[in-house]
Structure formats: C-alpha cells, structure tokens
Design a protein around this ligand. Sequence first.
Ligand SMILES: [Zn+2]
Length: 861
Amino acid sequence: MKSLKNVVWLLLPVVLCSFNLSAQNKNDKKNKDAVADTVKKAPAKTGITDKIKGSAKSEGLFTLYLDTAKGTMQLYIKKDQLGKEFIYQSFSMGGPTSLFLNQNMIRTTWVFKIKKSYDKLEFSQVNTNFWYDPANAVSKAADVDVAESVFYADKIVAEDAGGYLVAVDGLFLSDKLDQVKPILPPTVPPGAVFNLGNLNAGKSKYSNLRSYPNNTDVVVDLAYDNPAPLNGGGKDITDARYTRVRMQHSFLEMPKNDFRPRFDDPRVGYFSQEVDNLTTVKVADYKDVINRWNLVKKDPSAAVSEPVEPIVWWVENSTPVEYRQTIVEAGEKWNEAFEKAGFKNAVVMKIMPDTASWDPADIRYNVIRWVSSPYPQYGAIGPSFVNPRTGQILGADITVEWRSGSSTPVFDDLFNSAPSADAPEKLLTDIKGKAHFCSMATELKAQYAAGMSMAEMMGAGSSEIKEMHKQFLYYLILHEMGHTLGLNHNMKASIMLSPAEVNNKEITHKIGLQGSVMDYPAINVSNDRSKQGDYYTTKVGPYDIWAIQFGYTPFAPSEEKNGIDKILSRSTDPQLAFGNDADDMRSPGNGIDPRVMINDMSNDMITYAKDRFILVNTMMGKLKDKYSKPGQSYAELRNRYGLLVNQRVIMANGVSRYIGGVYVDRSFIGQNSPNKPFTVVPKEKQKKAMEVLSTYVFAPNAYAADSYLFPYMQMQRRGFNFFGSPEDYKPQSTALGVHQTILAQFFHPTTLTRINNSGLYGNTYSVAEVLNDLTKAIFDADLKTSVNLYRENLQTEYVKGLSNVVNALPAAGYDNASKAAAYNALKKIKTSLATAASPDEQTKAHRAYISFMIEKALAVK
Ligand SMILES: [Zn+2]
C-alpha cells in the first residue's frame, strides 16, 4: 500500500526542487547585503547553494534537502527558529507487532529546542513536567536540577543570512529520536522476546518526506540486522536476521492560538498531561491539564454555535464499504454531547474518496482506518497526540483491526494465548511503554460473538443479527472516538440501569443503556427473547455528555472557575458515576470497587450474572444442533463452545469482586454526597455473591451441561499443526481455568488484607467467615459421595491456595489474620475428610492426597 506512495513522492520533490531553488536565488539577491554581512562573519562556511546541489527541496516548517543521488539529507533551520519550542511526535508505520511497531501507532511526544553552540546545532528535549508560578520569586530559579537532554548535535555545513544547513542522517537514520529497539531489563532471558538486532544505517533510508508551513514529516525505513536470532518471531517476520521498521518523525510548530488549558479533576476521566506545581506547598495542588481539542465558537454570543474549526474525521477508503455509513452515523452521535457544551456540528464525518490524493499518514488528517494485521495487538485503538504544554489535541487516528469488526468470531484467541505472545505479558507492558492501549474491541468481540451465538440459538433471524452487528460497530466507534476526544475509560458506567431496565428500550433510547460509552460492557442478551432490548447502547450516555461539558464548554476567563465548579458539582448524580482503569478490577487484586469492572452490566451484577449462567447452561444443550453443519469440520462448534465458556469466566469474575469489595465515592467535601469515600459492600450482598459462585462455578454439576459436547471438540487439522499439544479435548483444563481465575482473586493478599482492614470500618464478613463459606462451597456437596474430576482439581487448588497463605513469606504481603484463617480452614478440612465417605478408588486417592498436602502445609516450620 505504501510502496506506490513512495514512487509518487520520489517524483514530486524533484519538480518542486527546480521551482523552489529559483525562489531561493531570488531571495538571495534580495538579501544580498545580509548575506555579505554573514559571509564576513563566517568566512569558513561554503555557500548553501553549493551544498544543496542535486538535492530535492521540501519546503515547510523545516526545509529538507534530500540528495537524490546519495539519499542523504540536510535540514535548513532558520535563525529565528533557534531557541523556540517545537513539538516532536513519532509514529511507527510498520514493523514487528510483537514489539508494538504496528502501523500508525502514536508513540513518543515531546517538546524540543534547537540552539547554536560553537560551530554546531544542538537539538535538545525540553522537560515539561513542572510549573512555576511567575508571581513567586522561586520561579526565578525555575528548572534547577532539571537535566538537559541533548539528543543530537552536528556541525553546521553552511550558513546564509536566514539560517543554517545541518546534516541530519545521524538523527533520522538512527534510534536517536524514538527508541525503536526496546531496551529490556537484564532479567529477560535471551530469546524470550523477538530481537531486532543492531541498526544498520547503511541499509536504512528515507522513504517519504512531507513538509508544510506548520509541520514536517520524515518517514524512514530503518534496517536492523541480527546475524544469530534466538527468536524467529511470528509469521509476520519474513527473516529474523533482517527486519525493517518504518517510522514517521513529525515536527510541529507550537500552536499559535489563545487556547487555555483546562485543569484535570479526579471526578471526570480525561487523559492528561501531568505537571507538578513547584511553587506551592498545598496538598494535591497539581497543574495537570486535560487533553482536548481547541474548539472556539464561530459566534461567541450564541448559546450554541458551530466551531471555527470542527473536529473532522475521515473514514479511510480501506474501510469495508458496508460499514462506512454506520461509522459516519456513530461518529456524529458525539454531537449530542457537544451541543450541550455549546457547539453545533463539532464532529464532522467524511468518507475518503478512492481518488483522494492525500496520504492518510499526513498528520493533518484524522483518519479512521481498517487494517488486518497478522497478530493484532489490539482490537481497535483511538490515540491522539497533544501539545505537552497545554493538552491541546493536535491530531488523532482510529485504527480498527478488521477481524475485530467482522462478524466472524476468532475464538482460539480467547483461550490459547495470542500467537504473537512470544513475550510474557509483563514484558509486553515494558515494550508498550507509555502508549495508551485499549483492549475494548477484543473484549467487545468476545462479547459480541457469544451474544450472537446465544441469540441465534434462541431463534434470532438474520435481520436481528445484522442489527446486533450494527450496534456492536456503533459502540466500537463511539468508544474509540471518545478516546480521541480526550476521554479515558469509565468502567463504572454500566451500573446505570437495573436488570429490568436494561431491556426497556423506552429508557435506553432516551438516556442510553449505560452512563458512558467508555466502559467495556457485557453484551446485553435477555434470557427471554420477547423482552430483548438493545444489545449495546447506541448513543452517548449522561456521563459522556457531562464529561464533554466539563472539557469543552467555553467560558470567559472571569467566569471559568465558577462555570466549571458548577458542572463538577453534579458528580454525585448516580448517572454520572465514574471509575477508570486505574481503579478497575479486571486483574485479581486490582481495584477495590466491584462496580468498576469490565464485562459487567446493570446495577445488580450478581442477579445479571446469575441469569447469564442460566442462559449459558441452557444454550449448551442447543449448541451441537445449531453449529454442526453438514460439509464442514467441528471447528465452528468448538469455537462457539469456547465463547460460551468465556461468558462463565467473565460473569464469575464480575461476581467474585463483590466479596471483600469497597465502594468508592470521589465527590468533594460540600457536595452533599450521601456516601462516604469508602463504603464496604453490605454483607448480605457479599453472601449473595458467594452463593452464586457456589452454585454456578464451584458446584459438582456446574459443567454438567457441557459433557455431551466433549467428543466433538475437534480442531480442524492444518498441516502438522495441533497448537503444541495432542488434539484430544481436555475438558478438565477448561473448568480448572475458571476455578483458578476465581481462586486467584480470593487468595490475593490485597483482597484478604482488605477484608480484614475494612472490618475496622464496617465490614462484618471476616476472612475466617469467607474461607468457611468457600470451604463449604468447595467440599460439602460431595463429602458423602464420589468426587468428580472438576471438583478434585478445585479442592486440590483450594488446599494449595490455603497452604500458600499459611506458609507465605512476609514479602508476599499476607496479614496475620489471613494466615490464621487459612490455617484454621486447613485444619477443618482435614477433620471433615477424616469422616468422609469415599465410594471409589479415585475419590479415596484424591482425599489421601489432599490430607497429605494439608499435613505437609501444617508441618512446615
Ligand atoms: Zn478504550
């Protein structure tokens, strides 16, 4: 796709070159005196004209001279540009996805300056982390002990009256601007992560240049050589010895406008630039500014006005034709929120014509694009890049992995670790660095595919499924676009309505199904087809409208504080509930408020989850009839089965967080919130969660509905590939996975110590009582009978978990009360096993083993 553009680019600057060079000569004549003066002062310098012979000129913010024979480049810096601040933004434009070098990834942003030092030009990064109040005398000592960071310096090649020419191959054909090759901690074993090797400057080259009055883009192809690769990478790596990475370096002028930064507030979720105030002694007096677009009313006196410059989005011509209209509609839905903030048509959606002559990588265009990469690292991503000084969003892109947006469930992704995962998750996090990743599309895809399967089995026709897919796509675009407007996640938004209300279209069409589209919701499938409402919300919710009002309502400087305070005072409204990823509970031990969770729905998740468990178990019985189609393998059946199992994991996770949970309220003092900042989840609710887990996750018959499917769980053979293990289905692993996930939450030191700590401010469900109820749920039902394989695994894992708590080293973080409770639970299990009836040999063996484990655990000194 890009190679054609390169050809176009190679032709274009040559044409520009002759025109611009003659213009340059005219200017030289005009500035004759000034030139003569400079020559006198700097006699050693050869004239610029000599040095740029045979070069194509790309004139703009920085003027680029590319030697069309040698492929080397020089940069012309105007003298009045010295000392000024500019913005640098890097994008990866294609490279190993396992290193997050995918196409159009927005990477590093910083502010930099260029200065002359002796006979060189120095390029240095500016530290934007601090703010000094100019009224405070301390500000005279601003930036003390803030280390200067010079990333490039090179000799001035030539000089004229207006500026300097400097060679920049060392800057661009290198890792100096953005660290492309990840620097991994020494603890990472060799070969654990795909390694690019060393940069080969000789094989690296410029591939595209774009220069405009306010910005300059330099696209380079960097070549890396690794003569002896230990890790061959995935299928996307053609040959691990030679890997090329395409990077785009964009330089932007500091925007010249009167954009006033808006300060961040903990009650609303915006991405922000963190800035420390070094001239204050007040607590939490941060100067963090939110990321937002520069919207200015055309008619400042009108209550609602069009903006001078709207936020224009282009749906790239790579987008499947059948999705385009839906995307345009979904994007325009954000205008409802902007209208409440005083702007009409703030978001404008356009479709990129097939004949368009502009490059979608041009940062002046905000583009929604569809791609299909070999190993997608995200389902969809909606990043933006901003001025670090003010938070002003300067551009954004949305990239959707086509396989996320398609109606085909890609199931093995859900269970087998992603094929590109040649690095453990923690390493990937290191590599990803600061980038904001949104895994929403991946979660949404799993939800959508499961929901579609269940709806089909309940008799939904093709038009209904089409509508469901449309709602899915709507949600995806609404969500990703929300990120590009500055909003971060709101994982609390799905609690707006009750389980009965979520299927009431009168309500959901009016205010939405959720408070915000920035959540990752469970697909809303009713167990009763006649009552089915919307599957996904198709409009921005009350929180989204409020958040846009906070971020975008224009105020006169004198009215700003009062105006914003008035908006923020509404944060106690339950429809505006907010909690972002920092608080969310998706991983065991993370977060504390069970309502701030992904893949949940309604203000009564325990009831909602119970209904979903029942639905999944009922649908299991219909699965084979519906998805065994003559003439095809059992791959689809296996896929659909996994989607239903995944629903169980998701629901169990959501429910488990209520045990030991603490509700959070972030309202400020004086807002008259009925809640304290921390309120323990009522014991009755915690017990109800335990009951649901006991019945639908831990009970001996929890997976009884699945058994008939096991003989059909066959993968479709492909070459010699059975994904690393024999092809027979392993049902015990699936159930074990569910159990391990839930036990990990219970046994996490953060969970157990929180249960104890919250006992000092209202929690009456002690760790001892929680473990007692768990022991009952995991052992009682089959004390007098045989123990089936699922329960054998569950009981063994549970005893292992308890033993780990009892024998944990202090560094693990368990408190004394948790250890005591785990110790007592083990003793009780041992006692009850002593009198248990074991009707068969396997059960006897299992119990003997459990007793042995307990004895061992209790005997450790
Ligand atoms: Zn997201």
